[in-house]
Design a binder for this molecule. Structure first.
Ligand code: NAP
Ligand code: BGC
Ligand code: ZN
Length: 354
């Protein structure tokens, strides 16, 4: 079967011919429909994040998948069921109690593998296998868009973590700022529209631009970081009750504190590389304390967040999915899904037509 993989030492993925996997006991064989590409895939390809499976010369990419059960292999699934796989799996010798609690997303990152990212092959191949417990059932009519469920689940978790940090008092947030107009930022902006009166999205692009068009169609305000740095958002617009960082730009983590209103919370999602820079740590510390503010880091998501994401995806308007997903490419043209240009927002590789 064809698989889209990154070979050690390569700076771009390629198609490799691999044997179709055989499901072990308790595992399901899934025929892949679609696999999305996100900023993390680009970070993996650039060697800034992730790792190869031990002892292997390549990593099959892809962690945002949707597929159809080909062989239920004695599990509770039936052939033809539409499923989405979760990403984390136990590392041999790693922490399994988080999996037993259904919270692998809370395990130490170096005690798990992440399929398609760190230490385990991903889903960007004609078939993949997975233990049944890591497959989420999805209604058939989401088959076309189900590769958006994993990224939506990331924000389900991050928003839940942020809200939980404000649960000790009567928090009534009105304003939310998303940092980053990439696919994760825009999906999250759409999700926040229902629960915040006023939403904003920060980018660094000139108009006309397809991401700014989506921001404005969602009824949100576009903030150009070149004109209005994050620290100036309160004066230029308003202090924010919630900030969601999806740029991976490390300074934003600290600047977010200044953008927050008293009692606000910022969720950090980006995965930057090591970068030393100067900050006024005293002011950040003081602001967090005297403002009752919180910074919450969030990674990955668990089964429950995938289930919530199914609901969220069902409620997203069709125009948003059409505008956000700028390309669905056959596996033979997989390279187009990895284009890193300003016309590509969200792309997916298609293996099989339902
Ligand atoms: P993406 O498509 O690359 O989007 C990042 C966006 O941020 C881009 O649109 C980029 O603008 C914008 N940006 C970067 N630096 C900026 C700056 N200084 N000012 C204004 N805008 C800036 O990536 P993504 O898939 O949306 O993911 C976003 C980040 O979240 C990545 O770091 C990714 O690794 C991380 N992530 C984390 C999790 C988790 O579980 N924690 C899950 C998924 C993704 P331009 O395009 O104009 O350059
Ligand atoms: C994935 C998560 C993963 C994170 C860190 C994200 O792009 O969606 O599942 O935990 O990267 O590797
Ligand atoms: Zn991702």
């Amino acid at each position: 079967m064809d698989a889209v993989a990154l070979e050690r030492g390569a700076d771009a993925p390629q198609i490799l011919e691999k044997p179709r996997p055989e499901p072990d006991s308790g595992e399901v064989l899934v025929r892949t429909l679609l696999v999305g590409v996100d900023g993390t895939d680009h970070e993996v390809i650039a060697g800034r994040h992730g790792s190869f499976p031990p002892g292997e010369d390549h990593l099959v990419l892809g962690h945002e998948a949707i597929g159809v059960v080909e062989d239920p292999n004695g599990t509770a699934f039936e052939a033809g069921d539409v499923v989405v796989p979760t990403v984390r799996r136990p590392l041999a010798g790693g922490a399994t109690e988080f999996f037993e609690h259904g919270e692998p997303d809370m395990a130490p990152a170096d005690e798990v593998v992440e399929r398609g990212i760190s230490g385990a092959h991903g889903f960007m191949s004609e078939y993949f296998t997975s233990p049944a417990e890591f497959l989420v059932s999805v209604p058939d009519d989401l088959a076309e868009w189900g590769f958006l469920i994993e990224p939506i689940s990331i924000s389900e978790k991050a928003v839940e973590m942020a809200r939980a940090s404000r649960s000790a008092f009567d928090w009534r947030p009105e304003s939310a700022l998303v940092l980053g107009n990439g696919n994760l930022g825009l999906l999250t902006l759409a999700m926040l529209g229902d629960s915040f009166d006023r939403t904003y999205c920060l980018g660094r692009r000139d108009r006309p631009d397809p991401t700014i068009a989506i921001v404005e169609k969602l009824g949100a305000t576009y903030v150009d970081s070149r004109e209005t740095p994050v620290t100036e958002v309160p004066d230029a617009y308003e202090p924010m009750d919630f900030v969601y960082e999806a740029t991976g730009y490390a300074k934003h983590a600290f600047e977010s504190v200044e953008a927050l209103a008293p009692n606000g919370v910022a969720a950090l999602l980006g995965v930057p590389e090591s970068w030393s820079f100067e900050i006024d740590g005293g002011s950040v510390h003081r602001d967090l304390v005297l403002g009752n503010k919180a910074l919450v880091g969030s990674v990955n998501s668990n089964y429950r967040h995938f289930e919530a994401a199914v609901e969220t995806l069902t409620a997203l308007p069709d125009w948003l999915k059409d505008d956000l997903v700028t390309g669905v490419h056959d596996a033979s043209n997989f390279a187009d899904a990895f284009a890193d240009d300003e016309t590509t927002i969200k792309a997916a590789v298609k293996f099989y037509h339902q």
